[in-house]
Each structure stands twice: as C-alpha cells, then as structure tokens.
Design a protein around this ligand. Sequence first.
Ligand code: ADP
Ligand code: MG
Length: 152
Amino acid sequence: MKGCRFVTNSADETRELAGRLAERFQPGDVVALEGDLGAGKTTFSQGVAKGLGIEESIDSPTFTLIKEYGEGRLPFYHMDVYRLDSPDEELGWDEYFYGDGVTLVEWAERIQNWLPDRLIRVAIRHLESGGREITVLPPDECEERICRGGKA
Ligand code: ADP
Ligand code: MG
C-alpha cells in the first residue's frame, strides 16, 4: 500500500473525511496540502480543525499566514503560505513543525526548503464530475496509523 485515496462529492464530505483522519493525528504531525486555488484545501482544514475538537470557525489565514488554535485535543497550527514574499522567509517554521501540535500547510510546495522530511502529503484534485480526489501519502512508518488499509 502506498498511501490512500478518496473521492468526495461535496465540501461536507471533504470536511467529514478530514475530520476522521484528524482523529488519528499525533503531536508533531505536519500535513502538506497541495492543490490549485479552489481545490478544497481550506475546506479540508476546516474538517481537520473539527476533528481535533476545535469549535471556532476556520478560514484561510491568507494575510496572517499562520493561525494558532489551542482549544482542541492538540494545538493546531494552520498555515496558508500562498502570499509569502519569498520561499526563504523565516517565520519560525521549526517551532511549529517540530512542536507538540498538528501543523497543516496550504500551498506547502512554496516552503519546500523548510518542510520536515516526515510529512503527511495530501493532494486534492478537482475531478470533471465536480467531486474531488484526495490522495493521502503519509511517511512509511505512519501509513498504518493514518490510512488503516484505505478506510477513512
Ligand atoms: P482552497 O483552499 O484549495 O483554495 P477552498 O476550500 O477555499 O479551496 O474552496 C473549495 C470550494 O469548492 C468551496 O467553495 C467548496 O464549497 C467547494 N467544493 C465543492 N465540492 C467540494 C468537495 N468535494 N471538496 C471540497 N470543496 C468542495
Ligand atoms: Mg485556501
């Protein structure tokens, strides 16, 4: 098995899937979200937040780049680095990536050089049907914990 793949047919289905995956996350997990504008990265992030027990509503931290939520099962750091001035900009990334929370990065490919090797990669792709294909690729040693044989 190399990761797991899902198809969702609505934003709510994406949130529910993300919420179920989030229940399996552990301190130090870093989720790198890839996908075009409108793919559903923020929608997925909303599901993760809910799955971690965060009640607050989540939108894209487009201008602040990083938002921290402390009230869930684990601290949750939500990043959207689309507007980062330069890929070299240092915003204290390691504090998040190697901390005790769960970090989720929208447009992760823009901070390639800062990302840890141990990444849960999530790619969201818009299907012609209007649905979304969501591919989850955890590090090998976490594959069983996150993918559970492909069942979400
Ligand atoms: P991104 O953060 O990748 O730019 P958003 O999550 O902000 O994307 O936007 C995704 C849009 O697509 C939302 O308006 C959402 O309601 C809609 N949508 C429709 N179907 C889905 C689906 N299956 N999964 C996620 N979003 C969906
Ligand atoms: Mg977004």
